[in-house]
Design a protein. Structure first.
Length: 140
């Protein structure tokens, strides 16, 4: 994995530092859509001297390069998703988990976006469904 991370950073013309390698490695492995603070806590376990500013700056850089999606959720924090292919997010209002769902018919979604894009300039988008996940629903 280490070699893949280094190649990935090089391909995206990102200066390779131990901090960036570790942050990218952790975020690519994590499908829970961590916030910057959560990434910082995980990175600090392996690199205690890292600053939260370095984590924020690295996540912002990775998002600008299109390596991560940055999504704002109701908890007031930005969360990061390594899965950059268009998809839906389900936010459980009870347990706060974020779950990915793929479009079964991507063509319908692309037609919808193209129709809107004729009249507007879409810079970014996030489709978030809110409700109770099946695990929480069992406990109600």
């Amino acid at each position: 994995m280490e070699k893949n991370i280094i190649n990935f950073l090089r391909e995206n013309k990102i200066k390779i530092t131990p901090q960036r390698r570790l942050i990218l490695e952790l975020v690519l492995k994590d499908r829970t859509h961590p916030s910057a603070e959560e990434v910082y806590l995980k990175v600090r376990e392996k690199m205690p001297d890292i600053s939260i500013a370095t984590v924020y700056q690295t996540l912002e850089l990775l998002e600008k390069k299109g390596i991560l999606l940055k999504i704002d959720f109701p908890d007031g924090k930005s969360h990061y998703d390594p899965y950059t292919i268009p998809h839906l997010h389900f936010y459980c209002t009870n347990c706060k988990n974020i779950i990915d769902f793929e479009f079964e018919d991507r063509e319908i979604f692309e037609k919808f976006i193209n129709k809107i894009d004729k009249d507007f300039e879409i810079k970014n988008y996030a489709i978030i469904l809110y409700g109770i996940c099946k695990n929480c629903k069992k406990n109600f």
